[in-house]
Design a protein around this ligand. Structure first.
Ligand SMILES: Cc1cc2nc3c(=O)[nH]c(=O)nc-3n(C[C@H](O)[C@H](O)[C@H](O)COP(=O)(O)OP(=O)(O)OC[C@H]3O[C@@H](n4cnc5c(N)ncnc54)[C@H](O)[C@@H]3O)c2cc1C
Length: 359
């Protein structure tokens, strides 16, 4: 069927949010009436929750799969390319190509740094991770700047696999992780990693110098490998500035439509909400977006409302150590370490995500 005969839903971003929405929409729409187009600038997915473990052992095939099976040929298509602008009823790609839409879903995620700044082509992705694993393997001393969950998990994986390396975490605050987490979780995380050989330099901003990291005390930590703080800046620079809030997230209504446009929805990290960004948020967004997209396609009022659920933070440090918390109406409660370990080990549930791409 010619695509001009069908309405078209375009999804920008083939990460956790975009793929989850695409997978659900493919099941929910009548393919003879609606085509689904997913646009992504990278040739393969990146399943971020597993990238720290991939830094010490080769999990490449589980962390990253191609997009060729995501959209069946009768249902729409996958387009490789970077969206650089959103027009009235089309998006514009860097290549100059335009892709028309009736409804647009924006899921461009975040910019990450260091080993999570993953290149765009299949070959470059493989080289990137192999190269990082080699750098970890050959480094005698490694310094991580910043004690957010991403760096702490990475140092835990390295410590579990290489007990003889000198590992440091340098962090500007007195405790690891963000202030809103319970103190018991923050202390336990430090204690576990300390027992695994990681040394903490807290309350100290490190300055990268030749061969290492200089601390305010004048001490220099020698480093064969320096891991910068993880990043996590929204990738929304291609959108009009008036759609965005200060951190780059897109302002949305409870229906997950943008404030400015009824025909544009937002999913994943790009949604402006008073919550930590994580893949867990996507689970509550998918059904809202699917129902509301269908309503807009049918010229009806979108009725479903998104309410962010409580935060879950689960961190593993190698295959045997873990901490986790879940936010409830009564505040944060701790998750049993064995439960966190079991749910994330050893593949971090990547097969479940990959199944939505038919891998
Ligand atoms: C190391 C690490 C570990 C994590 N661990 C966990 C965890 O254990 N549990 C958890 O819940 N969350 C975790 N997260 C967070 C989680 O990965 C993100 O919240 C989730 O990936 C957000 O999904 P998304 O679709 O919004 O963005 P992404 O998954 O980042 O996907 C965005 C996609 O859009 C593409 N894209 C961006 N801009 C454009 C454009 N202009 N044109 C075309 N394509 C574009 C990108 O290439 C990418 O494929 C972790 C994150 C990191 C970095």
């Amino acid at each position: 069927m010619a695509d001009s005969a069908r309405k078209q839903v375009v999804i920008v971003g083939g990460g956790y949010g975009g793929v989850s929405v695409a997978h659900a929409l493919l099941d929910a729409v009548d393919r003879s009436k609606t085509a689904i187009v997913v646009i992504n600038d990278r040739e393969r997915t990146v399943y971020f929750p597993a990238t720290a473990r991939n830094a010490v052992a080769d999990y490449d095939d589980r962390v990253s799969v191609p997009y060729d099976r995501l959209v069946p040929t009768d249902a729409g298509r996958f387009v490789l390319g970077a969206v650089v602008a959103v027009g009235d009823k089309h998006v514009e790609l860097e290549s100059g190509e335009t892709v028309p839409f009736d409804v647009l879903v924006l899921a461009p995620g975040s910019h990450w740094r260091s080993f999570n700044d993953v290149p765009l082509t299949t070959d470059a992705i493989a080289t990137h991770w192999k190269g990082f694993r080699e750098r970890v393997h050959t480094a005698h001393s490694i310094v991580a700047l910043g004690a957010g969950a991403v760096n702490l998990e990475l140092m835990g994986e390295i410590a579990a696999n290489y007990p003889n390396k000198e590992l440091y975490v340098v962090h500007g605050h007195d405790r690891v992780l963000k202030d809103h987490y319970p103190m018991s979780l923050r202390k336990d995380t430090e204690n576990i990693l300390t027992s695994m050989g990681v040394q903490f330099k807290l309350g100290a901003r490190g300055r990268v110098v030749d061969g290492g990291v200089e601390l305010p005390t004048g001490e220099t930590l020698k480093a064969d490998l320096i891991v910068p703080s993880a990043g996590g800046r929204r990738r929304t620079e291609f959108l009009p500035a008036e759609w965005l809030v200060a951190d780059g997230s897109v302002r949305v209504r409870p229906s997950l439509q943008t404030v400015q446009r009824d025909d544009i929805f937002v999913a994943g990290d790009a949604v402006d909400m008073p919550k930590e960004r994580n893949a867990g948020n996507v689970h509550g967004q998918v059904s809202v977006i699917v129902d509301n997209v269908k309503a807009v396609l049918a010229n009806k009022d979108p009725k479903k409302r998104y309410k962010p659920s409580g935060e879950v933070l689960s961190m593993t440090f190698g295959q045997r150590r873990a901490v986790g918390i879940m936010e409830t109406a009564l505040g944060f409660v701790r998750l049993p370490a064995a439960l966190v370990s079991r749910s994330k080990n050893s593949d971090f549930e990547s097969p479940r995500f990959n199944r939505s791409l038919n891998y």
